[in-house]
Design a protein around this ligand. Structure first.
Ligand SMILES: [Fe+2]
Ligand SMILES: [Fe+2]
Length: 354
């Protein structure tokens, strides 16, 4: 932690360094000769995309001058101008009117790419792009079950069954909330498995057979389930606290399990996914009974699963359930590969679903 003396010293140093290294005076002088400070960095006059760099420099100047507390009157005016520009840029980034000011907040002046939907309207999601959307495989067999035979299989199966009881008691029939909370857990195994395979690939100088990508795709897909359900069920403070705790425990437990026995880890996930299919089937029953309101589908879900515009929550649950069936098959397959004494890289990963 920075001491009070160190803080004071930082303020003094910034007071001197700020104007010297980030001064707007330099920029203005250069502008007078037709070459801006940013342009000088490249040896060319600044392009419009470099305005972001110029403004960034001005903003640093403001930070330095503010700390020095000896700001001249014209510096104060510059601060107002800079703040106004940054505000305009922020408004543009958040979808407001800003025009070219978008470059103000972009990193090194790189303009964000503009993507449109097939109907010509602007693509509003930065977390995924149109080419990452897909149509869920609704023909997938939802009833498939891997019968536990070996000791490890039975251990995995009963571990998952045991975990179901506290979740049933905690959530009762609040399936929207249950789905949202369970997705915070479901998105962990793919990331842990993908990360460990990634490190293994680096350590051993070998290909992964596509399994790193497949597992990371699973993690991302599960996270998108969460991004969808949080639109229809807002977590309460104690649910957030629960997620915090469970993630800490589950991440480490799964990490250790995957290191010790990947076949057990994948089998556990396979059974977790079987439970997820069951949960979403119960969710659908509650929707059909009218116990849960069948609200319009969140916009993010319509774009992610390429659903019709008039889709409802029921349609979303159907596609999510199909995703879970896909994860079930991927993880039981991964476990089976290990059971046959092979490594995942020896069998091509089931890529291309998402
Ligand atoms: Fe999920
Ligand atoms: Fe899943």
């Amino acid at each position: 932690m920075m001491t009070r003396g160190a803080s004071r010293m930082t303020r003094v140093v910034m007071g001197h360094m700020g104007p010297r290294y980030f001064s707007t005076t330099i920029i203005r002088n250069d502008a007078g000769t037709g070459v801006t400070g940013a342009g000088l960095l490249h040896g060319f006059p600044a392009s419009s995309s470099e305005k972001g760099v110029v403004t960034r420099a001005r903003h640093f100047s403001v930070m330095g001058s503010r700390s020095a507390s000896t700001m001249a009157l014209n510096d104060k005016q510059q601060e107002k101008d800079s703040d106004k520009k940054v505000e305009n840029g922020a408004a543009a980034a958040s979808g407001g009117d800003g025009g070219d000011e978008k470059s103000v907040v972009s990193y090194w002046g790189v303009q964000p790419s503009k993507v449109t939907k097939p109907d010509g309207t602007e693509w509003k999601w930065n977390c995924f792009r149109p080419w990452e959307t897909y149509e869920a495989d609704m023909s997938i067999d939802l009833t498939k079950h891997h019968a536990p035979v070996t000791f490890l299989d039975k251990f995995a199966y009963w571990t998952v069954k045991a975990l179901r009881y506290p979740t049933d008691i905690f959530f009762q029939r609040r399936y929207g909330c249950r789905a949202m909370m369970l997705e915070t857990v479901a998105a962990v195994p793919g990331m842990v498995g993908g990360m460990l395979l990634h490190c293994k690939s680096l350590r051993r100088f070998e290909q992964s057979g596509g399994w790193i990508k497949a597992l990371l795709e699973e993690a991302e897909n599960e996270r998108m389930h969460l991004m969808t359900f949080m639109e229809v069920a807002k977590p309460k403070w104690y649910e957030r606290a629960l997620v915090f705790t469970v993630q800490g425990v589950f991440f480490n437990a799964y990490f250790a399990t995957y290191l010790l026995s990947p076949k057990l880890a994948h089998r556990i996930v396979g059974y977790l996914e079987e439970e997820a299919i069951h949960s979403y089937t119960e969710f659908l029953k509650e929707l059909d009974k009218g116990n849960i309101e069948n609200v319009p589908a969140p916009a993010i879900a319509i774009d992610y699963w390429r659903l019709p515009k008039d889709s409802t929550l029921r349609d979303v649950v159907l596609v999510v359930r199909a995703d879970e069936a896909h994860h079930r098959d991927v993880n039981h397959f991964a476990s089976d590969i290990h059971y046959q004494g092979q490594q995942l890289k020896d069998s091509p990963a089931p890529l291309g679903y998402h």
